[in-house]
Design a protein around this ligand. Structure first.
Ligand SMILES: [Zn+2]
Length: 465
């Protein structure tokens, strides 16, 4: 078992849920094998400390800070990171998103997402003796919002497994696959103009997803596209009714206000799609602007939404999560963070380079992260694309590259969130040296789980019941 112990209740909730997403709830409880805490405690052979440097141990730096950039050193715990740098704050478009997928190391004093000790030049270090090992992050929430979460997973699941305790970790990639990708377009306007992208993805056997803002015209061309997406194994998600900031909840951010709140936005959108699609709608949403105020989540649940795609560096850091599954502060809700925006804004100005997307993809493959990315159909706004032809060319170059990975799963948003739902319900038991992973009572996904443990991939063992 792994023990999670934090004095601050916000941090405890944030870290607890991050641990649930990697290890399942069933492995979290009281035990003396592994501790995750804000302070050192004697009696544990493996400890993970999120907070200030424990003062009676010597730490070897594995992530040092220089000019507001974390630089990871070569170490067995960083071997699965493709990216070796994490900027405190990184954007691919003015103050909005980070295509590399990670969150912000805040500089506001006292923020849980900032350095616990801003005067300490170490972000992450390790302290070892023959009989124990302490992994420390100089941040109250640790790396719950970034690819470096894999350091924590590897520390738990295989580091020094010959002599120190380990626990199996639930992979974010389904059994039988080496990597996974999901793509969608967010139809804020002009649904039918997404057709050329749909046809490109269909050519590459990639199930398509439309996230639809429902306060718009459902033209015959839009309805025809929606039908073909569904027939092709793709999915349709709600993207609110009016695309109001903050799901219509009160906000200091600029933008048009909604006529209602998050319940109005979600329930109106759901009922419109249900009517138009004769019920073929699932219980998932893409959050407008990827904004997810905490107060909105119970209202989405009440409206019938139990999963959302969001996660972005510029807001709501608690919902930018390294692994998909259960979220903090709203029991019964799941999420998957998909921050990577495939836009002309980020490609044409740098000589048609798609290198940042390839880096994000390679990092996802190495860290076993289910990779989500998105674009938008053209309307009056073209998201920086010069033309449809230029856009299709960039997407196809990227598709050719990701298709090179053997064992690639290409999934719709629905399939992705169904799997994240199942991850949130899974249980792992370790019995006589073997790990058994079991689905919840009502699995939604056709995919099976796989585990990583002691440097090995563990194939799913059927539930003996
Ligand atoms: Zn949108």
């Amino acid at each position: 078992m792994i023990t999670v112990s934090f004095q601050n209740h916000e941090v405890r909730e944030l870290v607890n849920l991050a641990i649930f997403r990697s290890l399942t709830r069933s492995q979290v409880g009281s035990g003396t094998e592994i501790l995750v805490s804000d302070r050192f405690e004697s009696g544990f052979k493996k400890q993970i400390i999120f907070g200030s440097r424990p003062n009676h141990r010597h730490f070897h730096t594995i992530g040092g800070i220089n000019d507001s950039i974390v630089r990871f050193q070569d170490h067995p715990l960083t071997r699965n990171l493709y990216l070796k740098e994490r900027h405190f704050e990184r954007y691919d478009f003015p103050n909005e998103w980070n295509n590399l997928g990670y969150g912000k190391i805040e500089t506001t004093p006292g923020s849980h997402f900032g350095l616990a000790d801003p005067t300490d030049p170490t972000y992450c270090g390790i302290s070892e003796s023959e009989s124990d090992c302490v992994l420390w992050f100089n941040r109250s929430v640790g790396p719950i919002d970034g690819f470096d979460w894999r350091i924590v997973e590897d520390f738990i699941s295989d580091y020094r497994h010959e002599s120190l305790p380990t626990l199996p970790v639930l992979s974010e990639i389904p059994a039988g696959y080496r990597a996974a990708a999901t793509f969608r377009i967010d139809c804020d306007e002009a649904i039918e103009s997404g057709r050329p992208l749909f046809e490109l993805y269909r050519k590459h056997d990639f199930p398509f997803t439309l996230a639809i803002k429902t306060e718009q015209d459902f033209t015959p061309g839009a309805m025809a596209l929606i039908e073909e997406v569904i027939e092709g194994g793709g999915s349709i998600l709600i993207h609110s009714h009016t695309h109001a900031p903050e799901w219509g909840e009160p906000s200091s951010r600029p933008g048009p206000r909604s006529r209602g709140d998050a319940f109005f936005e979600a329930s109106t959108s759901l009922s419109i799609l249900r009517d138009r699609l004769a019920g073929r709608v699932n219980s998932y949403a893409v959050s407008p602007f990827h904004q997810n105020p905490r107060v909105a989540l119970p209202k989405l649940l009440k409206a019938g939404i139990d999963g959302f795609i969001g996660g972005i560096i510029c807001n709501d850091p608690e919902y930018l999560i390294a692994r998909g599954g259960a979220v903090p502060f709203c029991e019964g809700m799941i999420s998957h963070s998909e921050q990577c925006m495939f836009h002309g804004d980020c490609i044409h100005p740098i000589g048609e380079s798609i290198d940042v997307y390839l880096a994000a993809w390679e990092n996802a493959v190495r860290t076993e992260t289910f990779f989500g990315y998105l674009d938008h159909p053209f309307s009056n706004y073209h998201y920086g694309w010069k033309s449809e032809e230029a856009r299709l060319d960039a997407h196809e170059r990227f598709l050719h590259r990701i298709n090179e990975v053997p064992g690639l799963l290409k999934a719709s948003s629905r399939e992705t969130l169904d799997f994240m739902w199942d991850r949130a319900q899974a249980t792992i038991r370790v019995e006589s040296g073997s790990a058994v992973v079991t689905s919840g009572a009502t699995p939604r996904s056709r995919f099976q789980f796989k585990l990583r443990w002691k440097s090995k991939q563990v194939d799913p063992i059927p539930n003996p019941l």
